[in-house]
Ligand binder design. Structure first.
Ligand code: UDP
Length: 498
């Protein structure tokens, strides 16, 4: 047995490649990066997971399974320069920002972490072999250059999004449009898919992000390659064409959420309340018929005003199917009207046994894989979409912002496993000023009814979703495509540095 087939022996011999993971401080980025950390450790790597104190406390339970194993993940806490960004102490994650306007100062202060990271790396034994950085941490690329180690970008969106935005830029599509309402076809893909400019992420052309965007493109240009949380069988043409178009090595090594499906460490509750909720959901679902419940959740960042919560709740009631609906504390506490309406809705739903409302955080991957769950009303964050795919659950798609509209097109038009709710206008995360509902109860009810439909159309979607779930599992298994790409990634790092 050589050192790399026995991670503990390799660690003792000091021959494990040492990966430095630098995630963006947002749940949709930290969670897959934590999964990647566990995957690398399980495959003979050493991992330093770079974060800040508040985020370390939140992610530690996800990392707990391997932290107690022979090779602990090094959870590295850098001081977050909140004061320098004009943010209150402890405001260290995108989901903690009180308002969308704080997004820019939050992101712009990241480069101040560079000196602390460099100092850490200069004292590491064994030395760092590679930095794997979220694409928004462009500053980390200069440290990799200084220390002469490989720099790899970790992309959290779908490859369909990466490929589409790259092609839109390459063909200067936006320059040819009269205005924001002129539709255009996505370039360089076999399907005929129409979008309008605002639905493609603002990041691509907004002057607000011009400087950071330039730095991120430059960092990516200089990178050894990119890791994508996807699997080849899901979007094969995108993986291939994105690699050719960018000239980069592409390692699709997901779905990362599947790596510890055996150990269930991913869902370990971070608080007593979360543990009670998890048990409550499980019991409620256990009493429901197979495939009869819709799970409703909009990720970690999207915040709905009370007008929208009322439309969602009323739409779910009108659809007449069982539901588990996750609402955020910040949404419920936004006004006494919201508190009162939610309290009444919750009591009514529970007493009539229609559904349950979870305030805060639900164990999403566990809920999605419960046999009673037959559909997912989602904002199409890529982690959520991928987790539904892993569970073989079709989706009703309601994109809000960022990569979500493109993810919706992939899920609905390309993969054929989704029903669009009909949201067309992008929103801002944590937008304090948004007061109006953008999707009405009728549209919510229609989409949920179609999603849960037991006829031919619904069954076709369910069958395809199950098939993709199977393919996802195979991809992550030994000898599967993602597993092979992972080996290639590790071999690349070893080949370049050890
Ligand atoms: N998530 C969860 N429980 C919740 C809400 C979100 O476990 O109540 C997880 C979800 O499983 C996913 C991540 O948080 O892994 C959200 O990422 P996504 O890309 O879907 O959306 P974002 O939060 O970035 O908008």
């Amino acid at each position: 047995m050589n050192a790399h087939s026995n991670p503990a022996a390799a660690a003792a011999a000091g021959t494990n490649p040492h990966f430095i993971l630098v995630p963006l401080m947002a749940q949709g980025h930290m969670i897959p990066m934590a999964d990647l950390a566990c995957l690398l450790v399980d495959n003979g790597g050493l991992v330093s997971f770079i974060t800040t104190p508040v985020n370390a406390a939140r992610i530690s339970s996800t990392l707990a399974g391997v932290r107690s194993s022979a090779i602990p993940i090094r959870l590295v806490e850098l001081r977050f320069p909140a004061a320098e960004a004009g943010l209150p102490a402890g405001c260290e994650n995108l989901d903690l920002l009180a308002d969308y306007k704080l997004h820019k100062p939050f992101v712009e202060v990241f480069p101040l972490l560079a000196d602390q990271l460099e100092l850490y790396l200069r004292h590491q034994i064994p030395a760092a072999n590679c930095i794997v950085s979220d694409n928004k941490h462009a500053w980390a690329s200069s440290i990799a250059r200084k220390l002469r180690i490989p720099f790899i970008i970790f992309h959290t969106p779908s490859c369909f999004y990466l490929h589409s935005t790259f092609s839109i830029k390459r063909h200067n599509i936006f320059d040819r449009l009269k205005d924001d309402f002129e539709p255009f076809f996505l370039p360089d893909i076999p399907q005929r898919i129409q979008m309008v400019r605002p639905q493609v992420e603002r990041w691509l052309d907004s002057p607000t992000w011009e400087k950071l965007r330039g730095e991120c493109y430059a960092a990516e240009e200089a990178a050894d390659g990119v890791i994508i949380n996807t699997f080849e069988e899901l979007e094969p043409w995108c993986v291939e064409r994105y690699g050719i178009a960018t000239g980069k090595k592409v390692w699709p090594i997901g779905p990362l959420s599947l790596h510890n499906r055996e150990t269930e460490t991913r869902e370990s509750a971070t608080s007593i309340e979360a543990a009670i909720d998890a048990e409550r959901i499980r019991k409620w679902l256990d009493d429901r018929e197979e495939g009869s419940v819709v799970f409703v959740s909009f990720g970690s960042l999207a915040r709905n005003p009370i007008s929208q919560l009322i439309e969602i709740g009323s739409g779910l009631e009108a659809a007449g199917v069982g539901f588990v609906w996750v609402v955020k504390e910040v949404e419920v506490r936004s006004s006494t009207e919201a508190e009162r309406w939610m309290d009444q809705f919750e009591r009514r739903s529970e007493s009539e046994k229609k559904g349950i409302v979870i305030r805060g955080w639900a164990p999403q991957t566990a809920v999605l894989s419960h046999p009673a769950v037959g559909g997912f009303l989602t904002h199409c964050g890529w982690n959520s979409a991928l987790e539904a795919i892993c569970a073989g659950v079709p989706m009703a798609t309601w994109p809000h912002f960022a990569d979500q509209f493109l993810n919706e097109r992939l899920v609905v038009d390309v993969l054929g496993i989704g029903v669009a709710v009909g949201a067309t206008v992008p929103l801002k995360p944590a937008d304090e000023e948004r007061k109006d509902a953008v999707v009405m109860r009728g549209a919510v009810a229609n989409a949920v009814v179609r999603l849960m439909d037991e006829g031919e159309e619904g069954e076709g979607r369910r069958r395809k979703a199950r098939e993709f779930g199977e393919k996802a599992r195979k991809a992550m298994d030994k000898g599967g495509s993602s597993n092979e790409y992972l080996k290639g990634l590790i071999a690349h790092v070893i080949g370049v540095t050890l």
